[in-house]
Design a protein around this ligand. Sequence first.
Ligand SMILES: Cc1c[n+]2nc(N)[nH]c2nc1OC(C)C
Length: 325
Amino acid sequence: MAKTQTPADRIAELRQRIDDANYRYYVLDDPAIPDAEFDRLLRELQSLEAEHPDLVTPDSPTQRVGIAPSGTFAEVRHAIPMLSLGNAFTDEEVADFERRIEEKLGRRAPKFSVEPKLDGLAISLRYENGRFVQGATRGDGATGEDVTANLRTIKAIPLQLRGTGWPAVLEVRGEVYMPLEAFRKYNERAVKEGGKVLANPRNGAAGSLRQLDPRITAQRPLAFYAYAVGIVEGAELPPTHSQTLAKLREWGFPVSALNDVVAGAEGLLGYYSGIGKRRESLPFDIDGVVYKLDDYEGQREMGFVSRAPRWAIAHKFPAQEQSTV
Ligand SMILES: Cc1c[n+]2nc(N)[nH]c2nc1OC(C)C
């Protein structure tokens, strides 16, 4: 600690450097400091906070791993339901989906946000005044389980939003998943040390997130990609979904670099075949791609059918042989 620095200043500086390192590692995919340096900063922060417990706040990077809570998960109602997606399996079904939108909106080749559909667990994160306050599983779409303590252990999920201009209340939806390389390494160690071997990355993510003890979740290699917003109070969002995703990235959320914006059925199918060619070499499992009409105005006009939007659809790949142990 520099001579002139007070413990509080040093703590603030350490937190800033650790948060920046997390942001660069998980959001920009461009690590700034080696892991050993990151661990040293975290250890210094932990010992400083141990000496000054009055300076500890819930958004400190040392507060990601809590103690085991009560025996069950509380229920959380999703004020905005977490929808499932209709599926398309053939090019014709994609063309029909796009044509219905052209006809209803009276537009030619409307713009779509196109995204990989990760094979993980859908969750919803609630932020109040920029601070992560609650996270829940999708559950049945209307009610999920409160897994806040477990989500806090995932370093890709910001405890405090970055940048400026975020709404007073912001709900972010996305996928918790287990990267393939981390899944393999975890299982190799589990086999060697007699730990729990995970059947596949998707079950590994689901099982890790539904642990009653966050200290177990903290040992599991989980990651996160944001793909939508839910409740937004106290600020206007941009007019399109793709611009909102750009804002989420600014505010500290990982957003897939594979996302794009394309026009018309041709653009959709071009994206699908492009991702299809790269599927085997992606660092995570996907089970398809998602097409979403990009402008919110058009989404409102298209509305929903039962529990799925008319303005979005998942185009699935043929089932892949599972990544086995
Ligand atoms: C269930 C779902 C899953 N995914 N996955 C992506 N990439 N976007 C996306 N959107 C979804 O639902 C939207 C309707 C918000």
